[in-house]
Design a protein. Structure first.
Length: 138
């Protein structure tokens, strides 16, 4: 039993590190776009139909999943429902980041980007919920 607990702690620590690195990667992307710099990633995304929207969906969805795991699926009650703390944190970050584009000359506020972000957050929060039931009950 001690070995299993040690392995779970190591896996959790690994996911925490990966999530932090992934968040830094997202911040790097935001910095590049905000300052008008180009990147190989941007070229790849431009070549894929709806690549930008898929990028928003996947990046922020995976970030939600990572943060939810990193916070050990901790929840907060908002109104009548429980929501993962990670979901709330990522949603607030996304909302600020997307709305701040209105004030940046190199960016364009795009409601469809926000919709793609929210769709990713919702889907990966549902995956987090399913995973939390398996981890906490298994």
């Amino acid at each position: 039993m001690l070995l299993i607990n040690k392995n779970i702690k190591q896996i959790h620590k690994f996911i925490l590190y990966i999530t932090v690195m992934f968040f830094i990667f997202i911040l790097w992307i935001i910095y590049k776009v905000d300052t008008g710099q180009d990147s190989l990633f941007f070229d790849l995304i431009r070549d894929v139909p709806y690549g930008d929207k898929m990028g928003h969906f996947i990046l922020f969805g995976l970030l939600v999943l990572g943060v939810n795991i990193a916070t050990k699926f901790k929840q907060v009650k908002i109104g009548a429902i429980n929501i993962f703390v990670g979901t709330v944190l990522v949603f607030m970050f996304v909302l600020v980041e997307e709305l701040s584009q209105y004030f940046l000359p190199m960016r364009t506020l795009d409601i469809m980007d926000l919709c793609a972000d929210i769709a990713g957050i919702i889907l990966f929060s549902a995956i987090s919920y399913s995973l939390s039931k398996r981890v906490l009950l298994g």
